[in-house]
Design a protein around this ligand. Structure first.
Ligand SMILES: [Zn+2]
Length: 235
């Protein structure tokens, strides 16, 4: 399913859609590299101040100033929607029929607020995107085995309606749980009505275990973030 085309990962089913530009960047791909890539494609990048919210922005043009929020969607060619990550899960939503895309920042806070569900619903309202026509690509994130959380996080997820399987007990650390971000977000997509076979996993299992990716939990002092982007080519 995955093509490893350095310095970013692409998903074969998305790469097959004409005019779609996308990738999950790795640790070796700097902000300057990303900006040069955008210029080379004649596309305007849209980078947000990410605040672990449930805010979804619809873009019809490049924003004049930096937006605050955690999801972007558009059906306008020439915009490159960006989510920066180091352990959080970046997700692309694609409606090839109506030519609309979204990028969503799914950390534990945003996931608990069900931001991915909100983004899929927002695409439905904005572009008429039906779940049966949507593809979702889940990028690299911290794996469940490396993602210890406290009891308050577990409670929050259960309260928000997630199945207990996404926050299993951590046997090695009594009282602690593990959070499976990928499973939690997959659950939201399946609840929305996306077909299982249209929910695609990209890249290595775990940012924390994979040295070519950035991990906040592994290197909290490292300010770098990976650039994950999707958009419709201008021509
Ligand atoms: Zn790991």
């Amino acid at each position: 399913m995955i093509e490893n085309k350095r310095p970013y990962l692409t998903v074969r089913r998305l790469a097959a859609i004409p005019g779609l530009v996308h990738g999950f960047g790795d640790a070796g791909w700097s902000e300057a590299d990303f900006l040069a890539f955008a210029v080379s494609r004649d596309m305007r990048p849209a980078v947000m101040r990410q605040v672990h919210s449930e805010t979804v922005h619809r873009l019809d043009a490049a924003p004049a100033s930096k937006l605050e929020g955690d999801a972007l969607m558009t059906n306008v060619p020439g915009l490159l929607l960006v989510i920066r990550t180091a352990d959080c899960l970046p997700v692309f939503l694609v409606d090839a029929k109506n030519r609309a895309v979204a990028v969503v920042h799914c950390g534990w806070r945003g996931t608990e607020k069900r931001i991915l569900e909100k983004a899929a619903q927002a695409m439905g309202r904005a572009y008429g995107s039906g779940p049966a026509d949507m593809l979702a690509a889940l990028g690299p994130c911290i794996g469940a085995a490396c993602y210890e959380v406290g009891p308050e996080v577990r409670k929050g997820f259960l309260r928000a309606g997630f199945p207990a399987a996404v926050v299993p007990d951590y046997p090695a650390r009594p009282g602690k749980s593990l959070l499976d971000l990928r499973a939690a977000n997959r659950y939201l997509l399946e609840q929305q009505g996306l077909k299982k076979e249209n929910i695609l996993d990209a890249g290595p299992e775990c940012t924390h275990c994979e040295p070519s990716l950035l991990s906040y939990r592994r290197d909290p002092a490292d300010p770098r973030r990976m650039y994950n982007f999707i958009g419709l080519a201008p021509f």
